[in-house]
Unconditional design. Structure first.
Length: 291
């Protein structure tokens, strides 16, 4: 997976600022310096992250992209103004489920054979090429998606540590179900070395994150059989339900994941005002994109 962030740098010769794109191969990133223990406190420990739960419906992938685009622009606007007058938290996490969807990350954008794409669509799934890191993966019902739109500077972490923080958040969530999850040399969160329980792909622009994590709750794992998930042919995919031996829904998992976000990011997580301007804008985006 590639992690990309764009940072402003100053050109001494011209006095003008420009943006630098930095691409880092995730498999080469050591998160050992981030140890997993959130020892560095956030800059604003009393400033909550707001969360939006859309898990009671299936949000099309392109609609999810539109919601993220709006939230990223909103976060940059708050940074430019150096104040937040929106009435909602600056940083937001969106929780949702997608309908059957296959997505290709930056590493294979434009490289998927047309017949393979058409074959996936014939299964009744959507197919998208995206700006997140990674290769091809599956999203669908029974998979809990978390899209954090955060300015990572507020948490005093760099890109490596942000990825580590997301991984540890999923590991902490799994532990609440008695599941011992871990990281490996490959991206995502695993059970042992060979069973992937959560996928991870992030995109950062001027320190503001988008995309995020996908945790398998009670997803139909047969949908992964039509691809080589994340390009790892010798690995398997698992779910919380498979690991504990009973059905664990997205609804049951969500409160545990919220708790884990609180623990690992060391700030409160509070639901966004359902009648506020932010939720009204998100509802407008959803309605405007319905076919």
């Amino acid at each position: 997976m590639l992690l990309r962030y764009i940072r402003p740098i100053h050109a001494a010769a011209t006095g003008k600022s420009r943006r630098q794109i930095i691409a880092l191969p995730c498999c080469a990133l050591s998160t050992s310096s981030c140890a997993g223990n959130p020892t560095t406190p956030p800059l604003y420990p009393d400033r909550p992250i707001g969360y939006v739960s859309l898990v009671n419906q299936q949000i099309p992938y392109d609609t999810g992209l539109a919601i993220q685009s709006y939230l990223v622009q909103r976060r940059h606007a708050i940074n430019r103004l150096e104040s937040n007058t929106t009435g909602d938290p600056e940083d937001i996490v969106v929780f949702l489920q997608h309908p059957h969807t296959y997505t290709a990350g930056r590493r294979i954008r434009g490289k998927t054979e047309l017949d393979e794409e058409q074959q996936l669509r014939r299964l009744g799934a959507e197919y998208y090429e995206t700006m997140r890191g990674g290769q091809i993966t599956y999203h669908g019902p029974g998979q809990l998606i978390a899209y954090p739109i955060l300015d990572i500077r507020n948490y005093q972490i760099n890109v490596r540590c942000y990825v580590s923080r997301l991984e540890k958040t999923i590991i902490d969530c799994c532990s609440q179900f008695g599941i011992k999850a871990n990281t490996t040399e490959n991206t995502g969160v695993w059970i042992g070395q060979d069973q992937k329980i959560a996928a991870l792909g992030v995109h950062l622009q001027r320190y503001v994150s988008s995309h995020g994590v996908a945790l398998n709750c009670n997803v139909d794992l047969q949908w992964f059989n039509h691809i080589v998930p994340c390009g790892l042919a010798d690995k398997k995919v698992t779910s919380i339900s498979q690991q504990v031996g009973r059905d664990i829904s997205v609804d049951e998992t969500l409160p545990h994941l919220i708790t884990s976000f609180r623990r690992l990011f060391q700030v409160p997580l509070e639901p966004v005002n359902p009648y506020g301007s932010l939720m009204n804008e998100i509802r407008t985006i959803i309605e405007s994109r319905k076919k």
